[in-house]
Design a protein around this ligand. Structure first.
Ligand code: 13P
Ligand code: SF4
Length: 315
């Protein structure tokens, strides 16, 4: 009898007491077999809570690294080590170290999309679900460095009226949306609503009725099942979102790239495939490891975030 890849993964998962955590940007077939699908905050919370021996992280490197930081004694595997992140890459640890050292009076808040080394230089980590709350937790008179995403940083400054020193990083996927094409598309669907992820540029965010994390966007659509939404984030989110609101038309926001919407797909997220996921569970490789001194320093700001955001999943 021919056993499908999905069944092989399910059997192996049981045998090895493994858990599969997947981000909303993963391929649909990976989301289907995952034990939990969520945004970065939800995935960090699940990683902190799991009693599995092996965590298969179907997402990108910084997410798997966060899971390892929280679970040093567990095996954490990523289907493909090439699953990186342009935003994390835009903040090299050496340059960030210099930046932080030249502003010693600042509290350092880093968006979770960064390396373990950069987290280790931070006071608090945040995700797009809890960034406003984390920034608000820092006393008014304390100056803040916010890194690495300049778009999320600008959005927080606008929302809170608070100045922050921003690192100049960004996500290639969220900066690929075309405002001209978006406005043209909106004209074709005048009764639609635009929803956007805060990694998008300011002119895109200005058109949005709702701005939030991937979970936040899904929850918003569920709570307001409009007839039509234009969705400005990575297109993988449409799979789960459509399951939640089957009667709602969901249109991916157009990218600058002329003929396809391929730019709104994260190439890093999509290097993971079902076959690679099976292989990494079978071989328990490639594993994610974080040097212990860095892990210990990176753990504190992550724990602060988890403590501060206990009631905030999906905002
Ligand atoms: P979320 O925290 O909203 O899931 O975002 C993760 C991400 O990588 C966005 O590009
Ligand atoms: Fe990184 Fe952007 Fe991909 Fe998210 S969508 S993982 S921020 S490159």
């Amino acid at each position: 009898m021919n056993i499908s890849l999905k069944d092989k993964i399910a059997n192996l998962k049981k045998e090895k007491n493994a858990v599969i955590l997947a981000h909303y940007y993963q391929r649909p077939e990976i989301q289907e077999i995952a034990d939990f699908v969520g945004d970065s905050l939800g995935l960090s919370i699940k990683a902190a809570e799991t009693d599995a021996d092996i965590i298969v992280f179907a997402g990108v490197h910084f997410m798997a690294e966060t899971a390892k930081i929280l679970n040093p004694s567990k095996t954490v595997v990523l289907p493909d080590l090439e699953a990186g992140c342009s935003l994390a890459d835009s903040c090299p640890p050496e340059a960030f170290d210099e930046f932080v050292k030249s502003h010693p009076d600042h509290t350092v808040i880093t968006y979770v999309n960064c390396s373990a080394e950069v987290k280790a230089m931070s006071d608090i980590v945040c995700t797009s679900s809890n960034a406003l709350k984390i920034v608000a937790s820092v006393p008014e008179e304390t100056p803040i460095i916010f890194a690495p995403d300049r778009n999320l940083g600008k959005y927080i400054m606008q929302q809170t009226g608070r100045e922050m020193l921003l690192w100049d990083g960004s996500c290639i996927v969220h900066e690929a949306f075309s405002i001209d094409k978006l406005l043209k598309l909106y004209k074709e669907h005048p009764n639609s609503k635009i929803i956007a992820h805060p990694e998008s540029e300011e002119h895109i965010l200005q058109t949005a009725t709702y701005i939030g994390s991937t979970s936040g966007m899904i929850n918003y659509v569920k709570a307001h099942p409009q007839e039509k939404y234009i969705v400005a984030t990575e297109a993988g989110i449409l799979y789960k979102m459509q399951q939640e609101v089957p009667g709602t038309k969901l249109i991916p926001a157009p990218a600058k790239d002329d003929n396809t919407c391929a730019c709104s797909e994260c190439g890093y997220m999509k290097v993971n495939t079902l076959q690679k996921l099976y292989n990494c569970l079978l071989n328990e490789s490639p594993q994610i490891n974080v040097p212990e001194p860095i892990r210990q320093r990176a753990l504190l700001p992550i724990e602060r975030m988890l403590e501060l955001s206990k009631q905030d999943v999906g905002n």
